[in-house]
Design a protein around this ligand. Sequence first.
Ligand SMILES: *Cc1c(COP(=O)(O)O)cnc(C)c1O
Length: 392
Amino acid sequence: MTPRPDLLARLASHTQQRAQAGLRRQLHAIERADGVWIEREGRRLLSFCSNDYLGLAQHPALVAALKRAADEDGVGSGSAHLIAGHRAAHAVLEEALAEWTGRERALLFSTGYMANLGTMQALLRRGDLCVQDKLNHACLLDGAQLAGATLRRYPHADVEGAARQFVGEAAALLATDGVFSMDGDIAPLHELSALCRREGAALMVDDAHGLGVLGARGEGSVAAAGLGQDEVPVLMATLGKALGGCGAFVAGSAELVDGLVQSARTYIYTTAMPPALAAATLAAVRLAQAEGWRRDRLRILIDRFRHGAAQLGLPLMPSPTAIQPLLLGDTQAALDAAGALERQGFLVTAIRPPTVPQGKARLRITLSAIHEEADVDRLLEALSRSLAGRPV
Ligand SMILES: *Cc1c(COP(=O)(O)O)cnc(C)c1O
């Protein structure tokens, strides 16, 4: 009898292969975070890689709400929502999120990853069709696979390509990022919604990077495209990016939300988010709605960065949002550029395959409303030094 393969040895050998290909991922503990500044291994670095687009993660109003709620309610929720974990703070936050996004109801999940897995597993069955953009976030792809649906992917943002995926008569869901997490561009939501209407398919938008950032009151990419609950019946967004907290929600009709409560396993069988976090997130929602100046600041910084980068001939991608990747292609080039930036006091991460396709390694630069114009100018100078002499 041949011995069984050793699982741990196989994993170790896979890790080693990744290291040889320059793809090993490594953790670095940040000792202190102070706005856009972080301290790592005793060095202060100016960070351009957080998703805290509105600069709310350390806002005093969020911290105060968290403290106040923790004083009253403690830390853990103690159980799943359906047992005894669903507190008033969760209910109030769900109402505020539903109102903000123009949906009948919203349902909290502990993370965005769980929200997408659970929603797709609840909606889709074996044999159903799930049509997705090739550059969708990993958890949307995993969600379709977990549900056992037939996953068909179309070339990025290609609506005709999406139309070609609708074969057969099966029930169908088209899922797309609203703002693409590694490219920063916005999905063609109007055209996709028209396609879904023609095909009798449901449209699901993951607005992790649009909520708080796009739309007059930060309602996100769907509202900014003039679409509502009829056109986009399944809206998911996260609370850990522009809202500066952690968690996620799915918003839509009362029927959808009730269905998720019955069927979404990642909702049912998991501990509810700490109620104090829900209270802090409510404070974040109020700030994101009221303080339009944060979106205005972001717009000014995005324009400044793009203008400066174009003048320097940097390899900008066509992104109108706070995610401003510089496409370097080669994995080593991206790592070298990130290293050169770090030596000059900047934290910018190199994004490599498989997070992005082969040959599409990049620096993923993200801007925040709490960056200063001078921060952007200094980053541009450092980029021009770090990327000088590279072949174009
Ligand atoms: C970050 C992200 C998620 C996952 O959300 P978490 O709350 O971090 O688990 C899902 N979708 C997209 C597009 C994301 O960028």
